[in-house]
Design a protein around this ligand. Structure first.
Ligand code: MLC
Ligand code: AMP
Length: 523
């Protein structure tokens, strides 16, 4: 393949348009929740992306500049992503749940040229952006209106994509850090293009596919995996602002594929209408971002006749492994390394490769693996080895037939409904609350989210700390999904002889807190 064809912009714009030559009017997305604007064609999608690129250039964007974005899911937001890439910019999406306090850190760290936010948050975020020295703040609402749209509409159609090489940055995605400070994973054009190609082929996406897209578009799963794969294949999306089990079930009559986090599958299994007939037109169900329980896999197969295809990835690497499209999709495994990706299991202490069947750290190498953390060379050196292997922090094994299973994590991470929560970040905020002596934040089994965040807190002896008071103190500083859903006030935390808090004991003690009937969320 000629070098130029490997660049992301060629996949997402030039190459796709060439491939779909004469197909500009073909539907790219059905907008499930936008009556009066039922669909958008490929022609409209890219015309809008080009005008976004022009608007960004008019706003002062130079190639390599970051465009930070905290907006609701919309087609205009996707056009902003494509427009940023076409203009040679670096897309930096932020979870809409982040509070202004959290956004302040990202803007300060990434120093974007442009920040786009929801019009309803402008008043607060304008000053946050000004403090961080952001050149231009624009707005975009869930309905696609705002000062960005005004600027976009002033632009003439047509924009020549700024040439970018495979090592140039296309995006920075922040991922919470073990030390509590989020790290910006730098993704290149080559990373995104190679992963989109491999997944499209492995999962056999074609122009005939209609993908149910109910994931957020500020993370790898919804933004890169779901969107890039569909764009590359020339397929269509049923584009939903958020996941709603009954609505998604209804979409299955005209869709062929769905990608979701395990919570999607758990919630769909609660719908009486989930039957073999309701899913008969579906070609493939894909799950990832968090462990899918073998039980969920089994129940799904029983109810629908489909074996969920589970895959494994992360922000820093895109997708690494996948169960086979043709061949046995094994419950409780994440399948095989994807073509071009190497996976090895190593001794966490020595880094030496371990024999098949032994549990160790999962390391990956390939064209999908990021180039490092934004302005954190030391963190990068800790996790990205000189030989190109990335230390994922996940623990796993490869069985005799080559299937990879993830059996745990060496990193202290909670994954709740597909969102990552790093206990350190939450503990630091709890510990700063008046009346708290110390805390331990843990993930407990949760029937809906897989894991739920819980905090075990030791109050000061003389203080009058309450759960409600603690929740109120965290409200403005922490995204809702990171806030503890249960708080346990205790006299002391269990420690080992080295003085380290024994979180395993706490996880065991409170393991039924969410699963127990009548468990109340107190966070
Ligand atoms: C919402 N809440 C959550 C939560 N999502 N709490 C914990 N974990 C979550 N994931 C909060 C809400 O604020 C609300 O709080 C309460 O829980 C109930 O909300 P809900 O209405 O039931 O939530 P809903 O909007 O339906 O969202 C649930 C969800 C959503 C699972 C659909 O979280 C989601 O779309 N998750 C997908 C995340 C994702 O895309 N991850 C991919 C990362 S990329 P209250 O108290 O105010 O009522 C990656 C790499 C890879 O990991 O391999 O893919
Ligand atoms: P993130 O940093 O948000 O990209 O989350 C990446 C992490 O999600 C990985 O390191 C894994 O711990 C977890 N993950 C992703 N897919 C799976 C899966 N199929 N099974 C188990 N864990 C997964």
């Amino acid at each position: 393949m000629p070098e130029a064809n490997r660049y992301l912009e060629n996949h997402l714009a030039g190459r796709l348009r060439a491939a779909s030559c004469g197909r500009e009017a073909v539907c790219f997305a059905e907008l499930a929740e936008a009556p009066g604007r039922p669909q958008i064609s490929y022609g409209d999608l890219f015309a809008g992306a080009e005008r976004n690129a022009k608007a960004l250039a008019a706003a002062g964007l130079e190639p390599g500049d970051r465009v930070a974005v905290q907006v609701e899911k919309s087609i205009e937001a996707l056009q902003l992503y494509l427009g940023t890439v076409l203009a040679g910019g670096v897309f930096l999406p932020l979870n809409t749940a982040y509070t202004p306090a959290e956004v302040r850190y990202f803007l300060g760290d990434a120093e974007p040229r442009v920040f786009v936010c929801d019009p309803t948050k402008l008043e607060t975020l304008q000053s946050v952006a000004a403090e961080a020295g952001v050149g231009r703040v624009l707005t975009l609402s869930a309905a696609g209106a705002g000062s960005l749209t005004d600027l976009v509409e002033e632009q003439e159609p047509g924009f020549e994509a700024v040439a970018r090489g495979r090592d140039d940055l296309a995006a920075i995605l922040y991922t919470s850090g073990t030390t509590g400070r989020s790290k910006g994973a730098m993704m290149t054009h080559g990373n995104l293009a190679s992963n989109a190609e491999v997944l499209q082929e492995s999962w056999r996406f074609t122009a005939e596919d209609v993908l149910i897209h109910a994931l957020p578009i500020f993370h790898t799963h919804g933004l890169f995996v779901a969107t890039n794969v569909t764009l590359l294949a020339g397929g269509s999306l049923i584009f939903r602002a958020r996941f709603d089990a009954e609505a998604v079930l209804g979409d299955m009559v005209r869709a062929t594929a769905m990608m979701g986090v395990p919570t999607f599958y758990v919630r769909l299994l609660d719908c009486a209408g989930l039957t073999k007939e309701a899913t008969a037109g579906m070609r493939v169900f894909i799950s990832g971002s968090a462990p899918l329980l073998a039980e969920t896999h089994r129940l799904w197969a029983e109810r629908t006749g489909h074996a969920i295809l589970e895959r494994y990835g992360m922000t820093e690497t895109g997708m690494n492994t996948s169960n086979p499209y043709a061949g046995a999709r094994r419950a409780g495994t994440v399948g095989f390394a994807l073509p071009g990706v190497e996976v090895k299991i190593t001794d966490p202490a020595s880094g030496e490769a371990l024999p098949a069947g032994e549990v160790g750290g999962i390391e990956v190498r390939g064209p999908n693996v990021f180039t490092g953390y934004w302005r954190m060379p030391e963190k990068t050196r800790e996790e990205l080895r000189e030989d190109g292997f990335f230390v994922t922090g996940d623990l796993g094994l490869i069985d005799a037939e080559g299937y990879i299973s993830i059996v745990g994590r060496s990193k202290d991470l909670i994954i709740s409904g597909g969102y990552n929560v790093y206990p350190k970040e939450v503990e630091a905020l709890i510990d700063a609350v008046e009346g708290v002596r110390e805390s331990a934040v843990i993930g407990l089994p949760h029937p809906d989210f897989g894991e739920g965040v819980a905090a075990v807190v030791v109050p000061d002896k003389e203080g009058d700390l309450t759960e409600a008071g603690l929740a109120a103190a965290l409200k403005d500083d922490l995204a809702r999904f990171k806030q503890p859903k249960r708080v346990f006030l205790v006299d002391e935390l269990p420690r080992n002889t080295m003085g380290k808090v024994q979180k395993n004991l706490l996880r065991d003690r409170y393991k039924d807190s969410f699963a127990a009937p009548g468990a109340q969320a107190s966070g």
